[in-house]
Design a binder for this molecule. Structure first.
Ligand code: CP
Length: 313
């Protein structure tokens, strides 16, 4: 692995999942990262990604530097050939090259603006870091993807599945804010690479990018989709068609205990943070069915497997 920007950077998904599960069993520091430094830049808030990736790096023996780039760094210019006479003080060309002097791996979180679809899909921030850094770059959630979360989710399903080919349902849920499509995009991608019966359910105005969902079955009736599910992955996302908007939905899409009765006693997943009683009801999050904490714990081992793979290069 040279970088970890999208799921296509994974050479062998099954092997990487096995590696993460093995690292979880060992749960001990290894010397591979000794004398190496991970630099993490956050243009947006984080709890899990920031702390689990730092922990993963430290378990490998690495030093870690973290910067809230949106608050503490110079405003960055990403346009090639820009005349920098406005508020942007530093060009990505210098910023990425300088960071590469201090760090052996650079990791970046940069959410979409959700205003212009083409602009977000160009992945200006993460792609320019990758272009101008001379060290590997890791995606800590970009405009259109969250591959560390998706790897975590595949590890969690692999650990908890009770049948060879479980039914996995990704369901849209309500949220008071318009959220990116990064998590469901990456989840949909990794499920298509996994041995699962995968279904997506969402209101009509919320179909994800068809270039990502491809042949996946999309059901607009949530109750019908949930039938016999072994895993239910709950997530809000804003509309892709009416880009970044939150078209009104009449039905109640919150995942409740009543709705869960149609499933095969499904494990309930969410990447967190989750808005209780909006996205998922208390009775589900507080039940045996919820595996969200197990899932969050796996963030460390997914990150550790990816960092280890990059360090080996
Ligand atoms: N799931 C996830 O990425 O959590 P954070 O936003 O807290 O990092």
């Amino acid at each position: 692995m040279n970088n970890y920007i999208t799921l296509s950077d994974i050479e062998n998904l099954e092997e990487l999942i096995k590696e993460a599960i093995q690292l979880k069993k060992e749960n001990s520091a290894a010397g591979l990262g000794k004398g190496k430094t991970l630099g993490m830049l956050f243009f947006n808030p984080s709890l899990r990604t920031r702390l689990s990736t730092e922990k993963a790096a430290k378990l490998l023996g690495m030093e870690v530097m973290v910067m809230n780039a949106d608050k503490d760094g110079w405003a960055l210019e990403f346009e090639d050939g820009a005349v920098m006479d406005s508020n942007k003080a530093e060009h990505i060309k210098e910023a990425a090259a300088v960071l590469s002097q201090y760090c052996d791996i650079i990791a970046v979180r940069a959410f979409p603006e959700l205003k212009e679809r083409e602009k977000d899909e160009a992945e200006l921030v993460i792609n320019n870091f990758t272009k101008y850094a001379s060290v590997p770059v890791v995606n800590l959630e970009s405009a259109t993807g969250h591959p560390l979360q998706a790897l975590t989710d595949a590890i969690t399903i692999s650990e908890l599945k009770k049948s060879k080919r479980p039914k996995v349902v990704l369901t849209w849920a309500p949220h008071p804010k318009a959220l990116p499509q990064s998590v469901p995009n990456s989840f949909a991608e990794i499920m298509q690479k996994s041995n699962v019966d995968f279904v997506i359910t969402n209101p009509e105005a919320y179909d994800l990018n068809p270039n990502i969902t491809k042949e996946v079955s999309i059901v607009h009736n949530q109750q019908e989709a949930l039938k016999d599910a072994d895993f239910v992955y709950v997530k809000n996302w804003s509309s892709y068609q009416q880009y970044g908007q939150s078209p009104k939905v009449e039905e109640n899409w919150t995942l409740t205990g009543e709705k869960l009765k149609a499933t095969n006693n499904a494990k309930v997943m969410h990447c967190l943070p989750v808005r209780r009683n909006v996205v998922i009801a208390d009775e589900v999050l507080d039940s045996y069915n919820s595996v969200v904490i197990h899932q969050a714990n796996n963030r460390t081992f997914a990150a550790q497997a990816v960092l280890k793979s990059l360090l080996k290069k």
